[in-house]
Write a protein that binds this ligand. Structure first.
Ligand code: XIL
Length: 359
């Protein structure tokens, strides 16, 4: 057995053997977590087609969520099937669900390097500014005053800044240089001055050198944007946690503190646990995943109260994780707070320590 599996197995077994998940009991809750539990909204990324076809899924979202965000629908791939077309079907259906259930809806995402339709490859450097600003003006304009919070630019930092440079390559960076980020935020702010504008990215929470470099690159970018008075209001921490990797609690807390020191709020936008390298046993796996979530949220909430904490999906029945992180043993991934039958797992108990999930 690989040493890592042995260690994780022992960690999980130890946790599972404590019976009532005592490690996760409120008794161990930090003061900030207790405070946050009364204030911080909980939300989830939603697949609107399943919301309409699966009553148990819709019931679970209604039972636990104060916020929703479209897992798809507002990405260029869904929204812009053709250069002259904006297809608002999915976001319109999701915002109608949110309005009918007293929830708020986040907008994800206006500018990303991925999920771009084929025709965007035809955008020339001289057309890029118009295509970027026009897209934002039409989309944000449609939901002005109704979507209060946007992931304006998603994942601008490169996977490995030490090897690739600070900023991730994209058609926008190639055509407009790093100024595409400022342009996107200024256009969104001009279109809906009342919206909270968020820069969203991932992989800041491990003890690895890559995570450390990514924290540095993100802080440098945020400082530059702040120095130029770019209208950016928050950093979105995606929170796709690697199940077998411990959380760098000190490094993450220090990072969040520095970001907040720039006057920026914090969102946890896409929390889940990628469990393909965790032990097979369900109880052990769920305990380790819940522990990672608790360490992650403790590191953040001990320093700053997030404006919201959202998971990227709510049930293991509907998750993106197996697209990239299928388990070699063929078992279902269990990345989310509800299992495939919408039953709460230890992770939901942890989320209820830090948010209003289920209230
Ligand atoms: C993912 C969706 O979950 C998938 O269904 C889709 O095929 C690809 O995009 N970070 C992000 C999200 O910001 O937009 C991604 O969502 C997951 C990684």
């Amino acid at each position: 057995m690989h040493r890592r599996d042995f260690v994780l197995g022992a960690l999980g077994a130890g946790l599972a053997s404590t019976g009532s998940m005592s490690l996760l009991s409120p008794a161990g809750m930090s003061a900030n977590a207790a405070a946050a539990a009364n204030a911080v909204p909980y939300g989830a990324a939603i697949r609107v087609d399943n919301l309409e076809s699966d009553p148990d899924y819709a019931a679970a979202v209604r039972a636990y969520c104060q916020q929703v965000v479209g897992e798809g629908g507002l990405k260029w791939f869904d929204l812009r099937p053709d250069r002259s077309v904006f297809n608002f079907d999915q976001p319109d259906r999701l915002i109608a669900f949110a309005d009918a259930n007293g929830m708020t809806m986040r907008g994800h995402t206006l500018v990303w390097y991925a999920a771009l339709p084929e025709w965007t490859k035809e955008i020339t450097a001289s057309e890029a500014e118009f295509e970027l600003t026009h897209h934002i003006e039409v989309v944000v304009g449609r939901y002005r005053g109704r979507i209060p919070n946007w992931d304006v630019v998603n994942e601008p930092i490169s996977e490995d800044p030490a090897k690739e440079g600070a900023l991730r390559d994209s058609i926008w960076l190639q055509a407009l240089g790093k100024g595409y980020i400022e342009l996107a935020f200024r256009t969104a702010a001009a279109t809906d001055p009342g919206a909270q504008l968020v820069l969203n990215d991932f992989n800041f929470e491990k003890t690895t050198e890559v995570c450390r470099q990514r924290r540095v690159a993100m802080l440098d970018l945020l400082k530059e944007l702040s120095d130029r008075d770019v209208p950016i209001h928050a950093l979105g921490l995606q929170g796709h946690l690697t199940g077998e990797a411990e959380i760098d609690k000190e490094g993450l807390s220090r990072f969040v503190e520095e970001v907040n020191g720039l006057g920026l709020d914090i969102y946890v936008t896409e929390l889940d646990v990628i469990d393909n390298n965790l032990p097979a046993a369900q109880g052990v796996r769920d305990q380790i995943s819940a522990l990672r979530v608790r360490d992650y949220l403790t590191a953040i909430c001990d320093v700053v109260e997030p404006k919201a904490i959202l998971t990227w999906g709510i049930s293991d029945k509907y998750t993106w994780v197996p697209i990239w992180f299928k388990r070699r043993d063929g078992l279902l991934n269990r990345p989310l707070p509800l299992d495939e039958n919408f039953q709460p797992k230890a992770m939901m108990q942890v989320l209820q320590e830090f948010t209003r999930a289920g209230s």
